[in-house]
Write a protein that binds this ligand. Structure first.
Ligand code: 13P
Length: 256
């Protein structure tokens, strides 16, 4: 990553299993709200359900707004009914894919080894992988947050990861969709920990890898979170569904 691009902020929206065709108007609303200037300074990404991805790539046009998938299979093709290959996401215009979201780790029993294989498939397809990690409330209360997240980082970061092709997202499970946000001290401590792990894992290749925070980021708390040293942006769930809220969160970076 060139010096000018080092740790350029990334604000990513994860729509999860939300959005019918009518939701596509949020793309135009967001472009209208943000104009070209902010989209040139930051990386802004929406990860809609797969059913909307190709249409929303077209809707985004040349605005600079990126689109991504929410998951991919570890294989490039084959007999995997219902699954989507990273190359298929790339083929319909995605630039990124989220892997290892806690909802997939919980709902589909995905292990870090599987997440790593998916991230490697993403890199092979030319996508940027957003690798999610995060502890549960039970693990935090048991004093295991650092060891759990550390194990997930070591187990899930793909071979060949660089600052250009891999992003980490720290999403404490207890903060997702709950309105409970981690304190800035807790976020700073965990992001510092993740950055040390990345340095140890990837050496110079991952020094500038971006680490996002996710979990109840809203227009009202985003600027405090984005001002933290090792926070390079956010992965936003609920508040990314409405262009006005997502736009306010983008504004909270102050273009830095
Ligand atoms: P919320 O912003 O709705 O808490 O979701 C966070 C998340 O899981 C993004 O991937």
């Amino acid at each position: 990553m060139g010096l000018d691009m080092a740790r350029r902020k990334l604000i990513a929206g994860n729509w999860k299993m939300n959005g019918l065709q009518s939701a596509r108007k949020q793309v135009q609303d967001l472009i209208t709200l943000q104009g070209g200037e902010m989209l040139a300074k930051l990386d802004v990404l929406l990860c809609p359900p797969a059913t909307l991805l190709a249409d929303m790539v077209r809707d985004a046009g040349a605005s600079g707004l990126h689109m991504g998938g929410q998951d991919c299979h570890a294989e490039d093709h084959g007999a995997h009914t219902g699954d989507i290959a990273a190359s298929m996401l790339k083929d319909c215009g995605a630039a990124y894919v989220i892997v290892g979201h806690s909802e997939r780790r919980a709902d589909h029993g995905e292990s870090s080894a599987e997440v790593k294989a998916k991230a490697e498939a993403a890199l092979a397809a030319g996508l940027i992988a957003i690798v999610c990690v995060g502890e549960t409330l039970h693990e935090r209360e048991a004093g295991q947050a650092f060891s759990v997240v550390g194990g997930q980082v070591k187990g899930s970061v793909p071979d060949g990861a660089t600052a250009e092709n891999c992003v980490l997202a720290y999403e404490p499970v207890w903060a997702i969709g709950t309105g409970k946000v981690a304190t800035t001290d807790d976020i700073a401590a965990m992001h510092g920990h993740i950055r040390e792990l990345l340095d140890a894992l990837g050496g110079t290749a991952l020094v500038d890898a971006r680490v996002l925070y996710g979990g109840s980021v809203k227009p009202g708390n985003a600027s405090d979170i984005f001002a933290l040293d090792n926070v390079d942006g956010g992965l936003i769930g609920g508040a990314s569904l409405k262009a006005a809220d997502f736009s306010a969160i983008i504004d909270a970076t102050n273009g830095r």
